[in-house]
Ligand binder design. Structure first.
Ligand SMILES: [Mg+2]
Length: 387
């Protein structure tokens, strides 16, 4: 049996059933970025059940609309229901291109189930939870500078050690300047979400502003590269990013360009980026299993610098992402505490440590299971599929 079409490493487990659970979780505040607005997180959770009644949970972290990548919640629900889950339950060969968020949910659920009985978890968690990851709070586009500075101050109060501002043409230099002036001691980056095709000069100006915040830092601090421009140009424009990188005073980080395994290798070889935003939810589960074609520069450690990105995950996806082996255990993460995103997360909240660092939550498995009462409130659809 070859299950690599799903992203699994080796034989799929024998399962009694898989349940798809679609939930809606209101966000504490709207996150506006260059590609759209998120005010409610609609996610598909995957619950894998074995013959003994053991459960494993995974999360499909695609956004509700296809604005960030081509994948979206409704499409993921359909491909999980009609293609991926039936193949998993039948333990049969499958070729499916794309749908990395949906595949990741399956690999997450199967991995969670396996780790509840397997000591491999101890090894991986020990490797990822020691020093912890400093939190970079992501700030949306705000109409008012005062509102932006209020949210930035709240993030610092809650333990963020760096800030990343979402920017779009016309919502960039002025708020960034205000943020840099107000937060002189804090490393600042920007995320352009592909919005600057034809506006390269503007990106260069943003880079100069960011470089001024980095100038006073030690070499060691700068090696964490927390002043950067993320994804200024279109996802497929690796050559454009390489040309722009040569003009920029700070590194380029690529996010949407890393659409599939191999993209990180190409970006590194072309000089398109010195940093990569690694989002385990988008890497078909290779973050946990080592299966499939993991981008080699990510594994070798000799490629671009890496930080751990987020998709506004619930506690299920957040815990899974924090347990990845593809990003150094002390590298910064955009994954903040549950309380930054939700009044009431679906799992027990995952919060910053006293030292301001994010770690995988304690407990068995890859992720904590959702709390039954909270799940009941949040569910909008559920479907139990048997072999
Ligand atoms: Mg991004």
């Amino acid at each position: 049996v070859n299950a690599t079409g799903i992203g699994l490493d080796g034989e799929p487990p024998r399962l009694a059933a898989v349940e798809l659970v679609r939930v809606r979780l209101p966000l504490r505040r709207v996150l506006r970025s260059g590609h759209g607005e998120e005010s409610v997180r609609e996610l598909v959770l995957v619950r894998a059940v074995d013959d003994d009644g053991n459960e494993g949970w995974g999360e499909c972290s695609a956004l509700e609309a296809a604005t960030y990548t081509g994948e979206y919640t409704e499409g993921a629900w359909v491909v999980l229901r009609d293609v991926l889950v039936p193949a998993l339950l039948a333990r049969r060969d499958l070729v499916v291109r794309g749908h990395p968020f949906a595949k990741s949910a399956i690999v997450g659920a199967v991995t969670d189930l396996a780790w509840r009985r397997d000591p491999v978890r101890e090894v991986l968690v020990a490797a990822t939870d020691g020093a912890g990851r400093p939190w970079t709070a992501v700030l949306g586009i705000h109409e008012s500078i005062d509102d932006l500075l209020t949210v930035a101050a709240d993030a610092i109060d809650r333990g963020a050690s760096a800030l990343k501002l979402k920017v779009a043409v016309g919502h960039d230099l002025e708020p960034l300047r205000a943020l840099v002036d107000a937060m002189a001691a804090t490393p600042i980056a920007v995320d352009a979400n592909q919005g600057y095709d034809g506006e390269e000069d503007r990106v260069v100006a943003l880079g100069e502003l960011l470089a001024s915040t980095d100038a006073g830092r030690s070499r060691d601090e700068r090696s964490h590269a927390r002043a950067y421009v993320e994804q200024p140009l279109a996802a497929d424009d690796l050559l454009g990013h390489a040309a722009l990188a040569a003009r920029l005073a700070v590194p380029i980080a690529l996010d949407e360009s890393i659409r599939a395994v191999g993209d990180a290798d190409a970006a590194w070889a072309l000089g398109s980026a010195r940093l990569v935003n690694v989002k385990p939810a988008r890497l078909e589960g290779s973050a946990w299993t080592g299966a499939g074609r993991t981008p080699s520069v990510l594994v070798s450690g000799n490629g671009p610098g890496r930080f751990l990105g987020g998709m506004l995950e619930s506690g299920v996806g957040r815990a899974a992402a924090l347990t990845t082996r593809l990003v150094d255990a002390t590298a910064p993460t955009d994954l903040g505490p549950s309380s930054w995103y939700f009044e009431d997360d679906i799992t027990d909240p995952i919060e910053l440590g006293q030292d301001g660092r994010m770690r995988p939550p304690a407990g068995d498995g890859l992720v904590p299971a959702p709390r039954a009462e909270r799940l009941a409130e949040a569910v909008v659809d559920r479907l139990l599929i048997r072999p």
